[in-house]
Design a protein around this ligand. Structure first.
Ligand code: SF4
Length: 218
């Protein structure tokens, strides 16, 4: 398929996703940039719901970056224990908080390089923060996003950086974040890894996957 036709289909997919999922707000609960940053770091290898269960206590005890930076590691570990990998995550969030205090005046930076310099923040997390907090163009590649886009035939790549590049070329920058969040929701709600519910999918007329599986839709 030519790039032009792929781009037209990507736009049609996003138009439909925007009707299906009215909000593009992260599923992580947060009330400040600091809280989103920490929640995103904690969300590695666990569910957003699990993070949302422990962050109220964490942010009550450590209400700002400098409080967390000065926090006792064992106390932080005890609070975040249910999110898994709690030792590494406790070290990371305390180090990231310290960097916010020491290098960024207690603020969350918006530049990609600055975000990537924070402990526990990779490109996916940095893109969540850039898109959700600052409105920057952001293609956020996680397992749901990658799966949905491969099934839609918008990329064949498996490497996150390549997926990010290819999808970014199909949509105008101001729609990147919207697409990222809604494709992610769609992967969670409908385009499941094991058994996508294609028959009820709002994207079924735009998606080659059912036919490719020998399952033409009625
Ligand atoms: S039609 Fe099926 S494979 Fe395609 S996006 Fe919908 S659920 Fe996923």
């Amino acid at each position: 398929m030519t790039e032009v036709r792929l781009a037209a289909r990507a736009k049609a997919v996003l138009d439909q996703l925007e009707k299906t999922y009215p909000s593009d707000r992260p599923l992580l609960v947060y009330h400040s940039p600091y809280q989103l940053l920490i929640a995103v770091v904690l969300s590695a290898q666990t569910t957003d719901a699990q993070v949302n269960r422990i962050t109220p206590e964490l942010f009550t005890r450590f209400p700002d970056p400098c409080a967390l930076a000065a926090g006792d590691l064992s106390e932080i570990e005890a609070i975040i224990h249910p999110t898994g990998f709690f030792r590494a995550k406790a070290r990371n969030i305390r180090a990231a908080a310290r960097a916010l205090c020491d290098r960024f005046g207690g603020m969350v930076p918006d530049a990609m390089d600055d975000l990537l310099s924070l402990a526990g923040v990779g490109r996916k997390s940095a893109n969540v923060i850039r898109g959700a907090l600052f409105g920057h163009p952001a293609i956020i590649v996680d397992t749901h996003f990658a799966r949905v886009n491969r099934r839609l035939g918008l990329t064949n790549q498996t490497d996150p950086a390549r997926i990010e590049r290819e999808i970014a070329e199909l949509l105008p920058p101001h729609r990147h974040y919207s697409y990222s969040m809604r494709a992610n929701y769609h992967g969670r709600d409908c385009c499941f890894a094991r058994s996508p519910t294609c028959t009820n999918c709002p994207l079924r007329d735009l998606c080659p996957y059912p036919q490719s599986q020998g399952r033409p839709l009625e």
